[in-house]
Ligand binder design. Structure first.
Ligand code: ADP
Ligand code: MG
Length: 258
């Protein structure tokens, strides 16, 4: 069984420490949610897991399937079975969603076996059709140029379709903090609900408190000031929905000094 293990992770941006000791283990088959107010380091954690060069790991460890993630490039992390959704995906005019996904699938197959000629086109089309039906997507979507003129919701759909096609063992999804995010969260949640199971673990990162209306995580964590300060079950998300984040701040933040 695959496991993502984060140990005492400290991360800085431009010499400013943002993550101050994060510990978290996500197992294949489990759904975790990290919630927290804006500016607490949630996206910093997501970008660090992706291997974004602006984020410097100053101490701590990240292990995935027994491999030291910090020694692997972003594409190697992906091929190992980690899916990292991009919050701001790039558009590729001229490359259709279907072609993009086909080359992603084939490049993985070639890593596994250098002689691989790629998935036969009919097999790929059948697989893509099944995934799109599962996600209740319009088949015409596959023929559009990737992210070219896509709405925020359509970009999320493209991301979820990529997740369905690549079948990662652990998927990490960071949500935007914009006004779009209720719609985006619904799309992501429907995808996660359709795809999650014993083969896939999920880490959803969001500041949106009404998460449980859309998704059923077994584990909920609250991040504040670059640390996970509370961990619990779905009841923790319910508490956030009812009481907001103020009680967490009062419990863990030092009172402001004059
Ligand atoms: P969240 O996703 O929880 O809203 P972030 O991880 O985006 O939080 O940000 C955490 C902190 O890091 C904030 O104080 C933010 O201002 C700072 N920060 C994020 N990105 C950068 C950056 N590229 N350069 C400098 N500071 C940053
Ligand atoms: Mg964020």
């Amino acid at each position: 069984m695959s496991e993502l293990v984060i140990k005492n992770l400290h991360v800085s941006i431009e010499d400013k420490e943002i993550l101050k000791g994060v510990d978290l283990t996500v197992k294949q088959g489990d759904i975790h949610a990290i919630m927290g107010p804006n500016g607490t380091g949630k996206s910093t954690l997501a970008y660090t897991l992706m291997g974004h060069p602006s984020y410097t790991v100053t101490s701590g460890e990240i292990w995935f399937k027994g491999k030291n993630l910090l020694e692997l490039a972003a594409d190697e992390r992906s091929r190992l079975g980690l899916f990292l959704a991009f919050q701001y995906p790039v558009s590729i005019p001229g490359v259709t969603v279907a072609n993009f996904l086909r080359s992603a699938v084939n490049s993985r197959r070639r890593v596994a076996n250098h002689e691989d000629k790629g998935m036969p086109i009919l097999e790929f089309r059948k697989m893509l059709k099944e995934k799109m039906e599962l996600l209740k997507m319009d088949p015409a979507f596959a023929g559009r140029y990737l992210n070219d003129g896509f709405s925020g919701g359509e970009k999320k759909r493209a991301e979820i379709l990529q997740m369905a096609t690549l079948k990662p063992e652990i998927a990490i999804l960071d949500e935007t903090d914009s006004g779009l995010d209720i719609d985006a969260l619904r799309i992501v949640s429907e995808g996660v609900n359709a795809l999650s199971g014993p083969d896939m673990g999920v880490l959803v990162i969001t500041h949106y408190q009404r998460l449980l209306n859309y998704i059923k995580p077994q584990f909920v964590h609250i991040m504040l000031g670059g640390r996970i300060v509370e961990s619990g079950g779905p009841d923790l998300a319910l508490q956030l929905e009812e009481r907001g984040y103020d009680w967490v701040r009062e419990k863990y933040e030092e009172p402001a000094t004059a």
